[in-house]
Design a protein around this ligand. Structure first.
Ligand code: NAP
Length: 246
């Protein structure tokens, strides 16, 4: 990390939802942020404009995390515009709720290509390109601990992310880079709300003893901690953030 330039953070899937709130949080924390997105160009551009207006360094880079070539270009463009990467937040993800028997080959591949291979692609790039002392935060889900019907493929794709996290933390021995994962419970974003009735949303919100849905800021606060010096000793861990749900 350089003492004159701000540290650089890539946040995948930062055009909207939890990722956009993480980007705002890390920008406030002093990072130069890379807003990665797949298709929401106007949201990503608007977020960059907002952050720059507030005096922060921010760029938007389109890249499909499921594509190794796109991910390489994401790191290339970041290095060219902002410098080498210090922090990688693997937030991009998709959810399709459907019983396993009804899952198509296409939907299975789509889920694993983004949630699991997308994380693998960025980790592999980060292995050689992240600055020493850097931080990686992957995204799992508390559904891994709940075994909810309809979530089998999603849960499997996120369980794999937890395994990648725990092994990769060890493979980076000697680089002073920590690798952790956050596993949120239900958070009020499009990913969770889409396709659910008011009644289903109410049921989910009453499940945790804290009796509410998570908000993107709840998760951004945890990411903020994990990339801060206060979390220097936290490595290879899965942190479930769900108000006590599981
Ligand atoms: P969201 O509101 O649906 O936002 C998803 C973000 O990911 C968008 O910015 C989207 O960008 C991006 N994205 C999707 N596919 C991509 C790809 N192939 N390449 C790059 N970016 C891509 O989702 P969210 O609720 O914020 O979820 C964020 C993370 O938290 C996910 O990993 C999710 O599994 C996890 N999570 C969420 C919840 C929840 O209840 N919300 C619970 C547990 C875990 P585009 O619009 O450009 O595609």
């Amino acid at each position: 990390m350089s003492s004159t330039q701000p540290d650089v953070a890539i946040i995948t899937g930062a055009s909207r939802g939890i990722g956009a709130v993480i980007a705002r949080q890390l920008a406030r924390q002093g990072f130069a942020v890379v807003i990665n997105y797949a298709s929401s160009a106007s949201e990503a551009t608007a977020l960059v404009a907002e952050l720059r207006r507030d005096g922060h360094q921010a760029i938007a880079v389109q890249a499909d995390v499921a594509s190794a070539a796109d991910v390489k270009r994401l790191f290339d463009e970041t290095e060219q515009q902002l410098g080498k990467v210090d922090v990688l937040i693997n937030n991009a993800g998709v959810l399709n709720v459907l019983p396993l028997a009804q899952y198509s080959d296409e939907l299975y591949d789509h889920t694993f290509n983004i949630n699991t291979k997308g994380t693998f692609n960025t980790l592999r790039e980060a292995a050689t390109r992240l600055n020493g002392g850097g931080r990686i935060v992957n995204f799992s889900s508390s559904t891994v601990g709940m075994n909810l019907p309809g979530y089998a493929v999603y849960i499997a794709s996120k369980a794999a992310v937890e395994s990648l996290t725990q092994v990769f933390a060890k493979e980076l021995r000697g680089r002073q880079i920590t690798v952790n994962a956050v596993a949120p419970g239900p958070v009020a974003t499009e990913l969770f709300l889409r396709g659910k009735s008011e009644e289903q949303i109410q049921t989910f919100s009453q499940m945790p003893p804290l009796e509410r849905l998570g908000q993107p800021q709840d998760i951004a606060n945890i990411v903020s901690f994990l990339v801060s010096p206060a979390a220097d000793w936290v490595n290879g861990q899965i942190l479930r953030a769900n108000g006590g749900l599981v």
